[in-house]
Design a binder for this molecule. Structure first.
Ligand SMILES: *Cc1c(COP(=O)(O)O)cnc(C)c1O
Length: 398
């Protein structure tokens, strides 16, 4: 019988060395020795398996990949230095001049930059589709659409798409389906179960979960990962052994951390929705979320990210951030420390106001990443900041 997620996350480890260490050592080596000329030759031709150079493979990187692939329910992966390197590597490995990407409109700010400013240099075009308007997707597919790329839940709009529907849609149109699974982690959602070809993570977020290390990973079936390898071995987005060691260790606590992130976030989202100073709250497991039923179907819990809009627009949002006493104002998410961000002036400031509105970012939208502090302290900080930031009537009319 296959073991549970938690057990696999703790017990999947590389082979022990002659020291019989209990916790995995770090292999800080850039290259590896060959026993003789024949072994070197065989490794380079691929006749024999083994380590050559850490741009290709390293024991710590391999351990991280093996663990993530098991947890995601697939057979292979490729680890990268950052989440963006994972996304760019995926685009570069599979797309060529003349190809088209159909992407969810709501994507991470730097993903938008890749689609809009970088890929067009190589003749690769894109269109955006809205996660909540699947009836329009059929019209947006083009004969040259090679890849469908989505974030679900999306950042920061917290929109959701039905992965089962999307898996069938992609298959029908012969397009490769790539999901940025960063917000959910493999603990809450496994897109590959629904026909997704590649699942991507910024491991910088919940996988590390403690705000220490950058990392990324691409997960999927072996034949696709070999194509990724063909690009990555020579272009060099490799994850370092040290960060792999950190991330692999972090996976041991992913389930317990996610349980607490989700439990606290649901309490905070519920409290925000009941607060008269709040105009709108988006959280996947709130029954008011437009795709609540889909979220319930494909996610184990709602995740740790909430977006909300306090009454009073941009001015109120700025005052709310300044009034927070415990929350950190930071662009990161998925940390042990609770974080508040204002997407319109930070992560999504490169978009026009119209583009932001289209992805559900209002001038006053605030994104909260609910940390692992006691939930009563988190709630108290939000409540006092909402109180302290109320605008006077004459300020509201400005
Ligand atoms: C942070 C993030 C990324 C980029 O990851 P980095 O590790 O910062 O490069 C990509 N997608 C989503 C959804 C993210 O939140």
């Amino acid at each position: 019988m296959s073991q549970h997620f938690e057990t696999q996350a703790v017990r999947t480890q590389m082979e022990r060395s002659q020291h019989k260490e209990h916790s995995a050592p770090i292999y800080m080596t850039s290259s590896y020795k060959f026993d003789d000329a024949e072994e070197m030759r065989a490794l380079f031709t691929g006749e024999q398996e083994g380590n050559i150079y850490s741009r290709y493979a390293n024991p710590n990187v391999d351990e991280f990949i093996t663990k993530m692939a098991i947890l995601e329910g697939t057979d292979d992966g490729w680890a990268t230095a950052t989440g963006m390197a994972a996304i760019f590597t995926t685009f570069a490995a599979f797309l060529k001049q003349g190809d088209h990407i159909l992407s969810s409109r709501s994507v991470f700010g730097s993903t938008h930059q890749l689609l809009h400013n970088i890929l067009p240099k190589w003749g690769i075009t894109y269109s955006y589709a809205d996660l909540d308007k699947t009836e329009e997707w059929e019209k947006l597919i083009q004969p040259n659409t090679k890849m469908i790329f989505v974030e679900t839940p999306s950042n920061p709009g917290i929109d959701i798409i039905d992965l089962e529907w999307l898996g069938n849609f992609s298959k029908k149109h012969g397009a490769m389906l790539v999901v940025d699974n960063c917000f959910a982690t493999p603990y809450l959602q496994q897109p590959i179960k629904y026909g997704t070809d590649l699942s991507i993570h910024s491991a910088t977020k919940y996988i590390d979960g403690q705000g220490r290390a950058l990392g990324g990973i691409i997960l999927g079936r072996n034949e696709l990962i070999r194509e990724i390898e063909g690009f990555a071995r020579h272009s060099g987005p490799a994850l370092s052994p040290f960060n792999s060691w950190i991330l692999s260790k972090s996976l041991e606590t992913l389930a317990v951390r996610m349980d607490r992130h989700c439990e606290s976030a649901l309490k905070v989202a519920t409290a925000l929705e009941a607060n008269p100073e709040v105009e709108l709250v988006k959280y996947p497991f709130l029954p008011s979320h437009p795709q609540y039923e889909i979220a319930k179907k494909q996610m184990k819990a709602g995740g740790g990210i909430i977006t909300f809009v306090p009454k009073g627009g941009l001015e109120r949002a700025a005052r709310f951030l300044d009034a927070l006493k415990m929350f950190s104002i930071s662009a990161n998410l998925g940390d042990t420390r609770s974080i508040a961000t204002h997407p319109a002036t930070s992560t999504h400031s490169k978009l026009t106001e119209e583009q932001r509105n289209e992805v559900g970012i209002e001038q006053g939208t605030i994104r909260l990443s609910i940390g692992l502090e006691h939930v009563d302290d988190i709630l108290a900080d939000i409540e006092q900041a909402l109180k302290a930031s109320v605008l006077e009537p004459e300020e509201t009319s400005k």
